[in-house]
Design a protein around this ligand. Structure first.
Ligand code: GUN
Ligand code: FE
Length: 461
């Protein structure tokens, strides 16, 4: 749990501020960061007392990735069944699979693999949806504790608009949720906590939503659900609850809090952005599933400009990869696509037309530094855990990745440059290494993963 790293280090301080230290040090004691800075300012006490790891020139440290939204039981479906929009996809592929988690042996096998794979891909903090079943949901919590992953785990609640083979009675859902909460609390883990998880407004009555809001208050818990993902879903929610907006349904049931994160928010209205901001409720941006399930393009810049906290989610298995790296790629692609659509009309004539509308002209697509922030500190903020992790600020726990860009799939070349070219280079060597990892790298480039100072991945895993 004690370490002293010497070498290249990078971490986000805010959406636009990525600090890069080329020849730096990072000191960890009892799992917590006690010092970070230029090697020249390394205090002598650290080099004499802490075990030293000297990074090679192709290695650097990054904060661990935060997956703000992942459905662990959907992992066996990853990569299949992406040919339907949300509501039909749920009925056809997802509910039948989740119903299988009544079987604890099946759950153990899948959950052990999900936690292992996500850690291997660099996810040091995940907010998991489990299934309706409290016993197998507790198995997921135990697996995260066993493998040392920081996690929020939710027993899913659904008592409406669901098939008869996968639906709960209101009182059972509330009782099982409370039993599950106490089960997780009794694990006495510093890393793993329960999270209140109504599946989405459409699958819950007001009575259930109110009861779950009450449990969140009683135990001071995090809350997660889905919001405004798909146009048919939004229409159905407004019809079912007779409300002007989707967000008001959650507000009415006391589910909007600063420890609440809602997945998607693709089609939120301006008034809903104001409500989310008022309660400091976050959005988990899941660009991969938003495209694959044809839900829409979420305009993250609009959410950020409205002052809403945003993190990234894989949304497995609506998203088809457990790695946050794909969420980074897709967040950038969606943002660039929106930028192109907003700024230009491509007419098929080889001509580009700029819109007259000034606001669209100034639209700023996300850049890789912004996406890295969303994948780390932004995610930790969205889960209201940025006092604990998300970057390398002194006092936080050491959740980190040791990245090596000399491993496959990357090939490295020393490009011979003239002195003039070198001095005019706009990106530092470390900036380039980070870009290579984010755009081209994968889990093979993550040699080690640390959570709370403990190494939880070896390169061979
Ligand atoms: N809305 C309700 N349930 C789900 C789910 O499992 N995945 C996604 N993407 N959206 C949902
Ligand atoms: Fe989801």
């Amino acid at each position: 749990m004690d370490h002293l790293f010497l070498g290249s280090i990078a971490h986000s301080k805010s959406l636009d501020d990525l600090e890069t230290i080329e020849n730096g040090f990072l000191a960890v004691k009892n799992g917590k960061i006690v010092g970070i800075g230029d090697r020249a300012s390394l205090p002598a006490e650290y080099s004499s007392t802490l075990p030293v790891t000297t990074l090679t020139s192709s290695q650097f440290l990054l904060p661990g990735f935060v997956d703000c939204h992942i459905h662990a039981p959907q992992y066996p479906n990853i990569g299949v069944g992406l040919d339907l929009p949300l509501l039909q996809w749920l009925e056809t592929y997802t509910f039948p699979l989740e119903a299988a988690y009544k079987d604890n042996d099946f759950a153990s096998k899948v959950y052990s693999a999900v936690v292992r794979r996500t850690i291997s891909c660099g996810t040091t903090l995940a907010s998991y949806f489990a299934s309706n079943y409290k016993d197998s949901s507790l198995i997921l919590a135990k697996e995260a504790v066993k493998q040392g992953q920081r996690a929020l785990i939710g027993k899913v609640c659904s008592n409406a608009s669901s098939p008869d083979y996968y639906i709960e009675k209101t009182e059972d859902s509330l009782r099982d949720t409370e039993t599950f909460i106490n089960g997780v609390i009794n694990l006495k883990s510093a890393l793993v906590k329960p999270i209140i998880t109504p599946r989405f407004a459409l699958s819950c009555t007001s009575e259930l939503l109110t009861g779950l809001g009450g449990l969140a208050t009683k135990y001071d818990l995090h809350i997660q659900s889905h919001i405004s993902e798909n146009c048919d879903e939004i229409k159905a929610v407004k019809r079912m609850f007779q409300k002007g907006t989707y967000t008001e349904v959650y507000e009415d049931n006391k589910l909007l809090t600063h420890k609440c994160i809602m997945a998607h928010g693709v089609h939120l209205e301006d008034a809903e952005l104001k409500l989310l901001k008022k309660y400091d409720t976050a959005i988990a941006h899941c660009p991969t599933s938003n495209t694959k399930l044809r839900s829409g393009f979420c305009d993250v810049r609009r959410l950020l400009n409205a002052g809403i906290k945003v993190g990234l989610g894989t949304d497995v298995a609506g998203g088809h990869n457990v790695s946050i790296l794909l969420a980074i790629h897709d967040a950038l692609n969606v943002s660039l696509s929106l930028n192109i659509i907003k700024k230009q009309n491509i007419l098929g004539t080889g001509q580009i037309q700029h819109p007259s509308d000034d606001c669209n002209k100034d639209y700023q697509a996300l850049e890789y530094k912004n996406a890295l922030y969303l994948a780390t500190l932004g995610g930790a903020r969205a889960l209201a855990l940025d006092n604990v992790c998300g970057n390398f600020a002194v006092g936080k726990e050491f959740d980190a990745l040791l990245v090596d860009i000399s491993n496959k799939p990357l090939d490295l070349f020393d490009i011979p440059l003239s002195v003039a070219e070198k001095s005019s280079a706009s990106h530092s060597r470390l900036d380039k290494m980070i870009q290579k990892f984010l755009y081209v790298g994968d889990d093979r480039n993550i040699n080690k993963v640390f959570i709370s100072g403990k190494q939880v991945k070896n390169h061979s895993d």
